[in-house]
Every structure is written in C-alpha cells, then in structure tokens.
Write a protein that binds this ligand. Structure first.
Ligand SMILES: Nc1ncnc2c1ncn2[C@@H]1O[C@H](COP(=O)(O)OP(=O)(O)OP(=O)(O)O)[C@@H](O)[C@H]1O
Ligand SMILES: [Mg+2]
Length: 340
C-alpha cells in the first residue's frame, strides 16, 4: 500500500461570489473537479496534466488534505483523506504551487529544521536531515540566508526540499519546475527521478508542459475543465491516436485558415498556436503526404505565408489537441492575422 493513491469519482465545487457592479455580488459555483477517478501505483511517477484552470491544484490540495472534496473518495497509502487525514499527512511529502508555505524571516536551514520538528524529529536528526537536503539540492551558502532574500527559483528549490523532509513514500509536487530556469528544472527532475529509482518513492507530478511529462512520467492523467480526458502510459496514449500524421506549419497564418483546413477530407483536427512569436498551425490527418498539397493550396487561398512545414511524431500535446481541439497554451496563443 506504500505510495498508492486511489481516487474515485472526486468532485469539488467552490462556492464563490461574482461581483456585479460596485456594490452587488451574486453567488457563483465553480465546478473545479467533475467526478475524476484515477489511480497511482506504487513506485511510479504519475503526471497530472492539464491547462491553466483544469483542476490540478484542486486535486493536489484534496490529496494533501488541505481541502475537502465535495463528493467522492480519495485514499492514499490506504488512508482516506476525509477520515484519516493525520495518517495521510504522515505518509506524504507535499510541495504546493502558489503559497510555498515557507517562513520568509527564517533561513533555508531554519525552515527545514522547523518542518523537521513538526514531524517530531529529534534536534540532532533535524539538523542531519536539513544538511542532507541542503547538500542534495546544492543550496550551499543560500541555506544560511533568510528566505526573503531568495529569488523565486531559489524559493522553489527550498519548497521542494521541504517536501523531502519527512522522507515520505509518496511525493506530491504541484508544478515544481514553474519559474525555474532550464538547467535548474532539469536538475530538479533528475532528483525526482533519483528519488523514484533509488528510493522507490511514488511521485505525483503536476505540470501543464506536456514535454516535461513525456520525459519524466511513467503514466499520466490528462484533465481539462475538471474532467479526466485520458489516462495511461505515455506511449499507449500516443498510440491511441492510431495512424494520425501530424504536420506543423509555421508562418503568417490568418485564423480563418483553421476552419478551411478542417474542411479537407483527411484532416481530423487543426489548431492554431504560436511558437517564438510566429503562428503555428498543427494539422492532424489520416494520410500525411497526400494531404500536404491540398493543405498548401488551402493556406495560400486564405492568404497565408508559409515559412516552414515540419512533419512530426505524435506528442502528448497532440493527444490533448485530438481530444479538445485546443492547444495547451490556447489562452495565451497569439493569432497572427494576415495583413491583407
Ligand atoms: N478558492 C477558489 N475559489 C473559487 N474558485 C477556485 C478556487 N480555487 C480554484 N478555483 C477555480 O477552480 C478551477 C480549477 O483551479 P485549479 O487551481 O485547481 O487549476 P489548475 O489546473 O491548478 O490551474 P493552473 O495550471 O493555473 O495552476 C479554476 O477555474 C479556478 O478558477
Ligand atoms: Mg495549479
């Protein structure tokens, strides 16, 4: 049972108020989770993926007993989050997004020792454990500076260290690489891998970066608007797209191109996003090469200027696109309209 998680039909509705004008507000319910079931097996790195607002943090907060679900059940290491919350907390190491739960006036080392005390470590053990984590994360001199002087990436690293303090069999990490630069992010992922492979820890890892999940996770669950879209091993999810071909076309592409391209018989999905400030059209089709000529013709017809065409292997992001018709970064996507 060490490190296992079983979630059944979990729902969470937030009851909030929506401002209407200056003095009036009306009640508004937000259904953050709409009956999600998933299971995490002992010793795996399990990715919880989804775009902004999908419900990832809500799920993590319920699993770490910070929030009660509206209905459904979640059992961690055999303990129920509703009725055995103390037992759940004792077997979980958690790093949450947003509020990192660090004491800013204390140094990094003092923070780690304080959290060690909460787990009833003796003063000598706390000291040893804090030093082990400082060495593991290469915090160096930073460990003895107050947290308020840390950069956001450094705070993130310390928050990760906090999740390791009680040496729990299950690590729950909510977007741990957010705000980290590329080398620090890959260093953190390497430590997660090491904890998993050498110490057998089970890891739940949320991210909205599909490529990160692909490199790290054994299995993933993709959620969107509080619903489970897909769950499984990364290669199986990719294989579920069958013999789809993915073509990415970069250039100046008007948004109406999407509808026109979708009308082509072999095209099953088309979405417009942006990469490095340039519009990028992702097209899924049943027969890559045969469709290419018609694709180019259609694009030039709507006034697009094509700069690059790249046939691609199926990625996890394509699984999301196939299910939703949206890219993960859709809300931030820049649509570059043709000037004519
Ligand atoms: N305390 C709250 N009160 C009301 N609504 C909330 C609250 N917390 C979250 N929500 C809403 O619930 C939904 C899910 O939010 P959640 O933070 O779980 O998403 P997320 O997948 O973690 O997103 P992100 O990638 O941006 O961190 C969103 O629509 C959000 O606005
Ligand atoms: Mg979140």
């Amino acid at each position: 049972m060490r490190g296992t998680v079983v979630v059944e039909n979990l729902t969470k509705t937030y009851h909030t108020k929506q401002r209407k004008g200056l003095f009036k507000s009306v009640p508004r319910d937000v259904e953050a989770l709409k009956g999600v079931s998933m299971d995490v097996k002992e010793g795996e790195i399990f990715g919880l993926l989804g775009p902004n607002g999908a419900g990832k943090t809500t799920m993590i907060k319920i699993l770490s007993t910070l929030l009660l679900p509206s209905s459904g059940t979640a059992r961690l290491n055999g303990y129920d989050v509703m009725t055995d919350d103390n037992a759940v907390r004792a077997t979980v190491g958690c790093m949450l997004m947003g509020d990192r739960g660090l004491y800013w006036k204390l140094t990094g080392r003092e923070n780690l020792m304080y959290f060690g005390a909460l787990y009833h470590y003796s003063p000598a053990d706390r000291k040893r454990r804090a030093q082990e984590i400082i060495d593991m994360l290469d915090l160096g001199d930073l460990a003895d500076r107050s947290v308020e002087t840390y950069s956001s990436g450094q705070k993130m690293k310390l928050a990760f260290g906090k999740a390791l303090i009680n040496d729990a069999p299950l690590l729950i990490l909510d977007e741990p690489t957010n705000t980290l630069d590329v080398p620090s992010a890959s260093e953190l992922r390497a430590i997660v891998r090491q904890k998993n492979q050498q110490e057998g820890k089970t890891v739940i890892y949320t991210t909205h970066i599909m490529a990160e999940a692909e490199t790290l996770c054994d299995r993933v669950a993709i959620i969107d608007y509080g619903e489970l879209l897909a769950m499984g091993r990364v290669p199986d999810l990719k294989a579920s797209l069958g013999r789809e071909h993915i073509t990415r076309i970069a250039g100046v592409i008007p948004s109406k191109a999407v509808e026109e391209v979708k009308k082509l018989p072999a095209v099953s999905q088309a979405t417009l996003g942006s990469v490095d400030g340039m519009a990028e059209l992702t097209v899924m089709s049943h027969n890559g090469t045969d469709t290419l000529a018609r694709l180019i013709e259609t694009l030039s017809h709507v006034g697009a200027t094509i700069q690059k065409i790249t046939p691609q292997d199926v990625t996890l992001e394509d699984v999301f696109i196939a299910k939703t018709g949206r890219t993960l970064a859709e809300n931030t996507a820049v649509e570059i309209a043709a000037k004519k």
